[in-house]
Design a protein around this ligand. Structure first.
Ligand SMILES: Cc1cc2nc3c(=O)[nH]c(=O)nc-3n(C[C@H](O)[C@H](O)[C@H](O)COP(=O)(O)OP(=O)(O)OC[C@H]3O[C@@H](n4cnc5c(N)ncnc54)[C@H](O)[C@@H]3O)c2cc1C
Ligand SMILES: NC(=O)c1ccc[n+]([C@@H]2O[C@H](COP(=O)([O-])OP(=O)(O)OC[C@H]3O[C@@H](n4cnc5c(N)ncnc54)[C@H](OP(=O)(O)O)[C@@H]3O)[C@@H](O)[C@H]2O)c1
Length: 452
């Protein structure tokens, strides 16, 4: 046990080691709790490691350094390669049984969101999250096969769409990417900075015509069509170099209704319904179908419409998220971090949520970090209401050791990083990332050497 921790009275579990979980763990440990972090992936970082676009090497390295520091905080123990949930290695009830008096669930939003339209299950139709995990080399997605054609519709106009378009245009060398938006140019969610990486591929005349086409609707709603024009012009000023012969365009006011295939089951089109925008009671805009249909000539469809939480964790869900207590006992900055059981009509006392597990697909690393810290603050308020009880740290360790699989500790991660550096040097490349769990476990010395 860490000598700095004299007699810990509180033991807390943080489930998930993305930015939210890691910053939550530090907040808890700095305030007297002894923290066990349980993470599905071998490596910490979540989407910061396995979501952020691979070419953002500086940002990713900076975050890795920060995470290394967090994991070295006295009073934090990391266990990777451990899934919590109903079908996992341990359930939330198991953790309760081990003496955890409070748990912070920071598992992100691991489920995929779909529209439920015909054709979604065809080969050639994918969810962005699976592709993002694939190209960021997360096992087992790293090994999965995706059949990407030449003309790809990406549904959604957020930053994930841009990342996917980037990968399609540069790594998959597709001919054309069409970003399909159910609403208009005023409702795009992507940023200028992120657009710079692929704006050079943009078919500017086609997008200008598209903006022109939807201008009457925008003016009706008091929206300014020049905002997107300006954003594109600004991004073009800083456009990254591109390869000739590949194009990117956007189609607005188009809601997918059906994905079409040929007689052998290959995607050969997507039917979209033209929409019109209406102003809602809360001042937002909503897309209403107009009963007019068009078929886009594409051979692959990727949904970049956000994610939802994984209900197999064993917590109640509402929409894309875990259900939160509408009247929090321990609000932080006005938000509820408490899980609520609608069937029982009361909060699940000891379980708190933070990060994308609390608000699916919302915000950048900085926001997840803050949300993790705030979730920990809420949990600390709850823990302060409990009578002191010595933490059963050895009992937890013994149970973890008894699991029929190797778990990865912070010390093991140091060996993994060293092995990756050595492999990069041997291959003469700037960096190297293992993309199989068995290989990682082998180089950390946690399993017998694999027979090659
Ligand atoms: C494609 C993409 C690109 C992005 N690019 C950027 C960017 O460039 N800059 C930026 O600032 N932000 C970016 N973001 C946003 C950023 O990645 C998120 O805001 C942040 O990672 C969310 O943190 P989190 O901790 O809530 O969840 P996550 O990062 O998803 O972490 C969840 C963690 O929980 C673990 N876990 C999951 N299920 C279980 C389980 N059952 N048991 C135990 N552990 C579990 C996972 O292994 C993972 O480590 C991007 C997001 C995406 C999707
Ligand atoms: N490089 C980066 O900095 C980076 C990269 C990736 C992700 N991120 C961040 O990660 C978060 C998630 O990004 P995201 O792109 O997944 O989400 P997002 O920004 O919310 O965009 C989702 C897109 O999907 C559309 N959509 C949602 N439901 C739909 C439906 N039922 N039918 C049709 N379209 C639908 C949305 O349209 P409506 O608006 O009409 O709902 C929107 O265009 C964001 O905060 C983002 O900034 C950042």
């Amino acid at each position: 046990m860490d000598p700095n921790i004299l007699t810990p009275q509180l033991m807390a579990a943080v489930i998930g080691a993305g930015p939210a979980g890691l910053f939550a763990a530090r907040e808890l440990a700095n305030n007297g709790a002894y923290v066990f972090i349980f993470n599905r992936d071998i490596k910490p970082g979540g989407l910061a490691e396995y979501g952020i676009y691979p070419r953002k090497t500086k940002m990713k390295e900076g975050l890795r350094a920060q995470f290394r520091q967090l994991l070295a905080t006295p009073g934090i123990e990391y266990y990777g390669n451990l899934v919590i949930g109903q079908n996992g290695d341990l359930t939330l009830d198991d953790l309760r049984g081990l003496g955890f008096r409070g748990m912070l669930v920071a598992v992100g939003a691991q489920g995929t969101k779909w529209l439920g339209i015909p054709g979604e299950h065809l080969d050639g139709v994918y969810h962005a999250k699976d592709l993002v995990y694939h190209y960021n080399q997360l096992p087992p997605y790293a090994d999965m096969e995706f059949h990407i054609g030449k003309r790809v519709a990406v549904v959604g106009v957020g930053n994930v769409m841009l990342d996917i378009a980037h990968w399609l245009l540069e790594e998959q060398k597709v001919d054309e990417v069409i970003a399909v938006a159910r609403r208009g140019p005023a409702e795009i969610k992507f940023d200028k900075k992120e657009l710079e990486s692929i704006v050079g591929y943009l078919d500017v005349p086609a997008v200008q015509m598209e903006i022109q086409r939807v201008t009457p609707q925008m003016l009706n709603l008091g929206q300014d069509p020049n905002n997107l024009r300006q954003l594109i012009a600004d991004a073009l000023d800083k456009a990254a170099p591109v390869n000739a012969g590949r194009g990117f365009r956007m189609q607005f006011l188009a809601s997918p209704v059906r994905i079409l295939s040929d007689s052998s089951g290959h995607v050969n089109g997507m039917e979209v319904e033209q929409t019109m925008l209406v102003r809602t009671a809360n001042g937002e805009t909503a897309a209403h179908g107009m009963g007019l249909y068009q078929t886009l000539d594409i051979d692959t469809v990727i949904f970049a419409i956000g994610d939802q939480v994984d209900s197999s964790l064993g917590l109640p869900t509402t929409g894309a998220e875990f259900t939160k207590n509408p009247q929090p006992r321990f609000p932080v900055e006005g938000s509820s971090y408490e899980v609520f059981d609608p069937a029982a009509g009361k909060p699940i006392e000891d379980i708190f949520v933070a990060g994308w597990a609390r608000k699916a697909s919302t915000g950048l690393v900085g926001l997840a970090r803050k949300d993790g810290s705030n979730g920990a603050k809420a949990l600390l308020q709850y823990l302060a209401t409990l009578p002191p009880q010595p933490a059963n740290i050895e009992g937890v360790r013994a149970r973890l050791r008894a699991l029929p699989k190797p778990l990865v500790t912070n010390a093991d991660l140091v060996r993994l990083e060293q092995a990756e550096r050595e492999r990069a040097a041997a291959l003469g490349v700037p960096d190297f990332k293992f993309d199989h769990n068995l290989e990682m476990l082998e180089v950390m010395g946690l399993i017998q050497p694999l027979v090659k």
